[in-house]
Ligand binder design. Sequence first.
Ligand code: AMP
Length: 179
Amino acid sequence: MPNISQLLSDSIRDVPDFPNPGILFKDISHMLADPALLRHSINELTATSGGVKIDKVVGIDARGFIFAAPVALNLDAGFVPVRKKGKLPWETHEMAYSLEYGENIVEIHKDAIFPGESVLLIDDLLATGGTAAAAIKLINQLEANLVGVSFLIELEDLKGRDLITPVLGDVPVNAILKY
Ligand code: AMP
């Protein structure tokens, strides 16, 4: 009988050429549909806080929200969305970045995090690192204390860590599944 970590890894479906030719899309739908696997992924991401008191868990639009909100509840922290441009109703900071498949702008509400608050950043997947780097810059702009960046999946060949390390310094980068 495979263990839960193996079952989690096996549940991720590779979809070639989605949404563009040459992209191998990591489809988490089967994992999300299985309560034991979903719970395990949330627990693993929660543990990446390392027992440090977290004030806000920031999730990145859109699949990052699925994980960041339950992790926030587990840590007795608040949830803050980083959203694609045009979705947040109040004053925002914005940051442009290039994606594995395209260009984008993300935003955060200016009053979403107070200076000095401890923040854990979560997204579903680290590919080239452009999205996470933009979110990290927004968190830094709000003068928060970023204590960790955690992903369910890291695509190691795309070297996203190399892109985010310069904006992160010593802050740990965690990934539950590496391909
Ligand atoms: P990147 O900015 O290149 O690190 O891309 C990360 C973001 O794009 C994440 O929010 C993912 O949801 C999405 N993404 C990028 N590449 C993939 C992929 N191969 N499979 C699934 N999602 C991806």
